[in-house]
Design a protein around this ligand. Structure first.
Ligand SMILES: [Zn+2]
Length: 440
């Protein structure tokens, strides 16, 4: 151990900032460096940047040095109260960025699980007044404090599985008061939490029962009342819409997204999840930050997305949980030059999980991404889907110090070994935010 304790000498301007946290001897340090400006596409998607016997130095909330343990120990001064973590037996990755969740909702839907197992489809459950509308009822009834507490607990779970940045959508209110309540609860849950959160308004998630057969009037409410209220209160950075056969048409979706964009909310699209519905094309047309799902996206839609550099956020957990046999055509997307990202879609109906580790497993096993591609998709490309790639998604000097130690001999072990939580220590914003406490 050659890193010196104590403050750096006063006069030495060239001496680097004193480290407050030092991680050394990672079996592999995966940096995913080099894609903060433009997302990784094509053959670049697999470029994860591996440093054997790697080390990271952190000062405050930021990374100040990345290299081999030998390099870092020789060049970095330790702050008086600095903590050093010996990462032998572990790999270190950037914290996962989960760019698509519905984390703020009341209750859960395990009661409809047996129905789904017997073959009822998503749309059949929806038409029977269940599914999303059951969650809408519960969310409308819940107090803001209860929603905040439930959301915070789910954020804790995500953190403990290696997620350090996470997007949260509204869309279980479908009336102005509840949509605002959801976004306020998401904001309060994120306040002071180690996980960095980003909020998306999704009033156009479904047509509520009181507007059945009058979709246009509901969209008037979304555009004329909800969106201005959300923008006024600065409650969301993005505006999302469920552009899907049987939900909102591309024209209806465009109306919502353009109204949101006029108020400063960047567009996102739930696109082509259940059928080819023109969602990918729409996302390209409105220059959306991302188009998500894309299971049935058309070739023309994917080509347009590649051209417009719209990030494809793939949600294999949803297909898995809905027992689908058709997964998003990830390989065709990579070949077409579409930037591919991954997310949990955490929600009570079609993807009840907060685990990006599980998504990594599915991305390899079902989407046929390589382990390297899946890691890039779950970190820096996911950060691009949130417009946060300059800040998070990789381990690079100057970026937020979000990194996770996994008990694994190599990074390839993560997508290979499934169903258990391999996270051992989670550093978020430069602080140890979560540590495994059970003996292993
Ligand atoms: Zn979703």
């Amino acid at each position: 151990m050659s890193a010196r304790a104590g403050p750096a000498p006063e006069a030495a301007a060239a001496v680097p900032e004193a480290a407050t946290l030092l991680v050394t001897h990672a079996e592999q340090l995966v940096t995913v460096a080099g894609f903060s400006g433009t997302p990784a596409t094509g053959s670049h998607l697999g470029r994860i940047g591996v440093i054997e016997d790697g080390a990271v130095a952190v000062a405050g909330t930021r990374v100040i040095a990345v290299g081999t343990t030998d390099q870092i120990e020789r060049s970095v001064y330790l702050h008086g109260g600095a903590r050093t973590i010996d990462a032998r037996g572990h790999v270190v990755l950037p914290g996962f960025v989960d760019p698509h969740t519905h984390l703020v909702h009341a209750g859960e839907r395990s009661a409809e699980f047996p129905l789904r197992l017997r073959g009822a489809s998503y749309l059949e459950i929806l038409r029977a007044g269940g599914g999303i509308l059951g969650t809408v009822r519960a969310t409308r009834q819940a107090t803001e404090a209860a929603l905040t507490a439930q959301t915070r607990a789910r954020l804790d779970t995500a953190l403990g599985h290696g997620t350090t940045t996470l997007e949260i959508k509204s869309g279980y209110g479908l009336d102005t008061a509840t949509e605002l309540k959801q976004l306020r609860a998401a904001a309060r849950a994120g306040e002071g939490h180690a996980v960095k959160t980003v909020r998306t308004f999704m009033g156009a998630h479904a047509v509520p029962p009181e507007y059945r057969d009058d979709t246009e009037s509901y969209l008037d409410l979304v555009v004329q009342e909800m969106l201005p209220a959300v923008a006024d209160a600065r409650l969301a950075a993005f505006c999302d819409v469920f552009c899907e056969e049987g939900v909102f048409t591309p024209a209806q979706s465009r109306r919502v997204l353009e109204a949101g964009a006029a108020l400063g909310l960047r567009p996102k699209v739930h696109a082509d999840e259940l059928a080819s519905s023109g969602g990918a094309e729409l996302a390209a047309e409105v220059r959306a930050a991302s188009a998500d799902h894309l299971v049935y996206a058309s070739e023309a839609g994917l080509a347009a997305m590649a051209e417009a550099a719209v990030v494809a956020v793939l949600l294999p957990g949803t297909t898995f949980s809905l027992m689908g046999t058709t997964y998003a055509p990830a390989r065709r997307m990579v070949d077409a030059g579409v930037p591919v990202a991954l997310a949990t879609d955490a929600n009570p109906g079609s993807s009840p999980t907060e685990s990006m580790q599980m998504v990594l497993n599915l991305a390899c096993l079902q989407l046929r991404l390589s382990p390297e591609e899946a890691i890039v998709a779950a970190t820096i490309n996911a950060a691009h889907a949130l417009g946060l790639a300059a800040e998070v998604g990789s381990i690079e000097v100057g970026k937020r110090a979000d990194l996770v130690l996994y008990q694994a001999p190599s990074y390839g072990y993560l997508p290979y070994h499934y169903g258990t939580n391999l996270a051992a220590t989670v550093v978020a914003g430069g602080r140890v935010a979560w540590e495994r406490t059970d003996p292993t």
